[in-house]
Every structure is written in C-alpha cells, then in structure tokens.
Write a protein that binds this ligand. Structure first.
Ligand SMILES: Cc1ncc(C[n+]2csc(CCOP(=O)(O)OP(=O)(O)O)c2C)c(N)n1
Length: 552
C-alpha cells in the first residue's frame, strides 16, 4: 500500500475509509497532494479528477443526491475552497451530505504574505452543519473532529467542512500506516415520540378540508400505501410538485394550472383547514402566495430535522420522517364526509381539457417543446431539470411515474445544474436527461470538462437566446436595459462546445424537426448527446402568459 507520509493525511483517509465514504472528487493542487496521493492509490476509494472546483462540488452533490451517502470533495489551499460555496449552499438547503476537505497552510503561515493562502477556517460556516479546523499534528482531537464532521453530514443531512493544514514536504509516501485512528459511529434514529397524536387526530377528524403539499422528495421514500390512503380520503387534496416523485391518479401534479385562475370564491372554497407539508423546497410561487393569503388554521410539517415556516402559519413540527409519521397518525384518524377532494378533481378535469385545447392551438415555442419532450423521455430513466423557466414549464405537465425527477431547488441557482446532472447520472447509473436553458447551460459549461460522463447522458438545451424567464416575470419591458442586463441576450449556440467535449450534436427548431430528433437521441449511444432546440425568443412568454388566461 501507498500512504502519504504526513500523519494527518493518513488519519483523514483512514477515518473516511472506516466511515464508508467511497467517492472522492479531487481538484488538482499541491497543498492537497498528501490526500490526493493517499485517496487515489487506495483500492477502497473511487476517485474522480475534476479541475474546476465549482463544477467538482456540484458533481459531488449530484453523486451524493443519488447515493444518499456522504461524498467528499478535496481541494488545495487558497481560493479553491471558495469555489465550492455554491454547491455547499445548495447542499445545505437541499439536505445533502457533502464533505468538503480543503488543504491549508499551517496557521502560522496565514496572512504573512505566503502565496495561495487565504483565511480558510470556517469560511463556509454560514451554510455548513459542522466545521472542523484541524491542527497540523495528528491527534485524538483531530480524529474526533473528523468523525464528528462525517457524523453530522449524515445525521443532520448537510454539508460539512474539514480544513486540514499541511506543511511541506507534501509528496512523500510510506508503505505502512503510522497512525491508528479512532472511529465513532453515528447515531441515526427515526424513532417517534408519540406526542399526543390523538389531539392532532381529533383536529383532523373535525376538519373537512385538508391539503397535503409535498416539495422535493426522493423517489420511493414514501410507501405507496400511504399515498393511496391519502388519495382515497374525500377530505384530502394531495398536491405535489414534479420534484416530489409521488404518483397517484387522484394527486394534483400541476399546481399552477389548477390554482392560477381561481376566483375569490374558489380561493375561499379551496382554503384548507389543515395543511400538512413534507419534503424540501416548493417551486410553485403561486401556491406559496395562495397559502400566505389564505393561511390554514393548522400547518404541520413533517421532517426529522427541519421545518420552515414558509407560509407564516406553521403550528407544529413533527420531528420524524413522513414514512414513520403517517402510519402512526392514521391510527388516530377516521374518514370524514367531505366534497373537498372531488370539488378540486372536477376543476382539474376542466383544466386538463382546456390545457389540451390550448396546446393544440399554439405554434412551436418553449411551452410546446415541453409538451413534446416530456412524454418522449425513456421510462425508468432519470430527469434532471435546470432552474429558471425549465422547472416551471415541467410543472405544467404530468410526468411518467417511472421517471425520477430532480432539480437543484435548495438555492435555485443556475450555476451547477449540468455538473449536478452528470454527477447524478454517474451516481444513479440510470439513463439521465438534463433539460436546461441556454444561460444555465453556458454558465456551467465547464461541467462538460469531465471524464466520467456516461455515454447515454443526454442534454436537451432550450436555446431561447437568453434568460427567457425575465420575459415571463412581471416588470418586463422591451428596452436595451432589459435585453442587456436581465435577459443577457446572445447569439451563441452549443455546437462548438459539443464538438470540443465529444458530444453528438442535434438541433431542432420546429415541431417536426424536434419529433425527428427525439426519435434519435434516446437510442443506444456511443457518446453523450446534446439536442439544442431553438425557440422564438419574442413569442415564448406570450404563449405561456396567455395559457393561464385561457384556463378561466
Ligand atoms: C447563480 C445564479 N445567478 C443568477 C440567477 C438568476 N437567474 C435566474 S434564472 C436566470 C436566467 C436563466 O436563463 P436560462 O437558463 O436561459 O433559462 P430560461 O430563463 O430561458 O428558461 C438567472 C440569471 C440564479 N438563479 N442563479
């Protein structure tokens, strides 16, 4: 075996190994050489080399998102670690265990004029669940901190930062370990303290309108039996987002289409008595605005760790997983006579008809692209969606229940969707499609500078000539200020990037060319594919905004 000679580097590698961290994403540098040498030559680790730290961290985030296990990123000293920050913030709000390891100079060398040196201690602290600032000499205290960092990443589902100072020489190796590490196990529990559920059951049993709203949620994390039970209750409306990965015919999966045209009277009829939420971030701005304006009397959030008071009416946080909570809660409930669910389902049926009629009436545009692309995705594949209008368009359609859907909604950034999608493709081993906008794609084009992209990975790039979302948002005026500073209009295409990074490149700019392209891009591939779809910049927003009016 080859180990770095520096004992602290050995301790980090050994504790990671004992804790079952298997995936290490390394960015190049000298200060982290002891870790790179050790991780890369150890058979228990799968190491990835990605030069751009921002992309590396999002790639690791995608891996961890799929594996549901901590994944480490390792970088050199200086500004390198700062480039992890966007992914760290995303991991923090999306509850993903990302383990950041930054190599540093010993503390005596900080702020004395040494090169590639910044104040690294706690530099990510506002968005991490633990920070371990290690000392140069291997010690029990260092071991304790490394253990605690990994335990926190798992128990608190979030990013952690381990800052490790190394002094030169950095490249020396030994054949035997010179340290014996201490390993502390985690204490993950999902036990449920039955905090007078009967009291909540009684509120439930006296309420006729209950709304269940689900945000970002891992596929298969909730037993289908629970979903079925909720869906058959006439006093319950279940509303989910595309990223909820829950499915049932009686579930409302197109929230905005349902609620946007509501009249004042319908708003009041829809206002729930009880709101139960679980899962991560909610995309729909309209449901947030609705619930803030028409707050339910009771809002219970179910999550073993966190509860955000998103609607200003949170009344109880059940600190347990939904899959544990619901079966226990069902024991205390009974079916209540109500027409709440059927009232909503009747409106939904009407909306579906109007949506189909409207889509049949409009020409090729972003909205039409989603109508065509989503049903053509391979069954049992994975869909990653970038932020901006892509995720919002996707929310207007039902997606096949065998397709797992993800989007970086923790911070809704456009800075790492492609890198995350590639990491997730590697982590899940599933055929993966990324649907992205042009600005998001160009922003994270270094994602393609990656030697691990599976050959069946596909990017569907909607090129509408800039940030189309800003045309949809209120405040849009056709001025030079708008096109330059908001839309950031451009004439680039992805053709040369595709060629440079070895992607097979397809284009479409009409319904029929898109049909042709879609029949090709999911076939067995020898290399990753990129389909660039050109849509009419000046018309997309009108077709979307008119859609909501057509539903009335
Ligand atoms: C890191 C980051 N910077 C800026 C933004 C603000 N922002 C949101 S959407 C968007 C434009 C995205 O354009 P594009 O990817 O082309 O998608 P489209 O709006 O056309 O659907 C910007 C700049 C952001 N979300 N994240």
């Amino acid at each position: 075996m080859v180990y770095p000679k520096i004992p602290l580097a050995q301790s980090i590698i050994e504790i990671f190994r004992h804790k079952g961290i298997q995936h290490i994403v390394i960015s190049p540098g000298s200060r982290n050489a002891p870790l790179t040498i050790g991780f890369a030559q150890h058979p228990d680790f799968k190491c990835y080399s990605i030069a751009d730290e921002r992309s590396a961290a999002f790639f690791a985030l995608g891996l961890a998102q799929q594996l549901c296990k901590p994944v480490a990123v390792v970088c050199t000293s200086g500004s390198a670690v700062l480039n992890y920050y966007p992914a760290v913030a995303e991991a923090f709000y999306s509850q993903i265990p990302l383990v950041v390891v930054s190599a540093d100079r010993p503390s005596s060398k900080i702020d004395i004029g040494d090169g590639q040196t910044i104040r690294q201690e706690g530099v990510l602290a506002l968005h991490t669940v633990f920070n371990a600032n290690l000392t140069e000499v291997a010690s029990d205290e260092n071991d304790r901190l490394i253990n605690e960092a990994i335990n926190c990443a798992v128990d608190q589902k979030g990013p952690v930062h381990i800052n490790a100072p190394f002094e030169e020489p950095l490249y020396e190796t030994v054949a035997e370990l010179t340290v014996a590490v201490q390993v502390a196990s985690t204490a993950v529990t999902d036990f449920f303290v039955p905090e007078s559920l009967a009291e909540f059951g009684s509120i439930w049993n006296h309420s006729q309108k209950k709304l269940i709203l689900v945000g970002v949620n891992m596929p298969n994390s909730l037993d289908q039996e629970i979903v079925n039970q909720l869906a058959k209750d006439p006093s319950v409306v279940v509303m989910i987002e595309t990223t909820s990965n829950l499915h049932h015919p009686a579930i409302i999966d197109t929230i905005d289409t349902l609620i946007t045209p509501f009249t004042e009277e319908e708003n009041r009829a829809f206002k729930p008595d009880i709101l139960i939420t679980f899962g991560g971030m909610v995309v729909s701005k309209r449901i947030k605005a609705f619930l803030r304006k028409y707050p339910p009397q009771h809002h219970w959030h179910i999550d073993s760790l966190r509860a955000y008071d998103t609607f200003g009416c949170l009344s109880h946080h059940f600190k347990v997983s939904p899959s544990t909570w619901f079966p226990a809660f069902f024991q205390c409930t009974q079916t209540v006579t109500s027409n709440y669910r059927d009232y909503v389902l009747a409106i939904r049926a009407n909306r579906r008809e109007k949506t189909a009629t409207y889509l049949a009436s409009i020409p090729f545009c972003d909205f039409k692209v989603f109508e065509q692309v989503l049903p053509s995705l391979p069954r049992y594949s994975q869909l990653q969606i970038s932020n901006s209008s892509a995720i919002r368009y996707a929310q207007l359609f039902s997606i096949d229940s065998t397709i797992a859907v993800f989007c970086n909604r923790g911070t809704s950034g456009i800075d790492g969707s492609t890198s995350t999608a590639i990491g997730a493709a590697v982590g899940s081993n599933k055929q993966t499609t990324l649907i992205t906008g042009d600005i998001s794609f160009l922003y994270d084009s270094n994602a393609l500078w990656n030697a691990y992209i599976p050959q069946n990975f596909t990017i569907i790039l909607l090129n509408n000539g800039g940030g189309g979302i800003f045309r949809i948002l209120p405040g849009h005026q056709e001025t030079p200020i708008f096109t330059t500073f908001f839309e950031t209009a451009h004439c680039f295409t992805a053709q040369h990037l595709a060629a440079m990074y070895g992607f097979e490149y397809f284009t479409a700019s009409t319904q029929s060319t898109l049909t042709d392209a879609l029949s090709e891009i999911f076939k067995n591939a020898q290399r990753p594919r990129l389909l660039e779809i050109f849509t009419p910049t000046l018309e997309n927003d009108r077709h979307l905004l008119t859609f909501f009016k057509s539903l009335v």
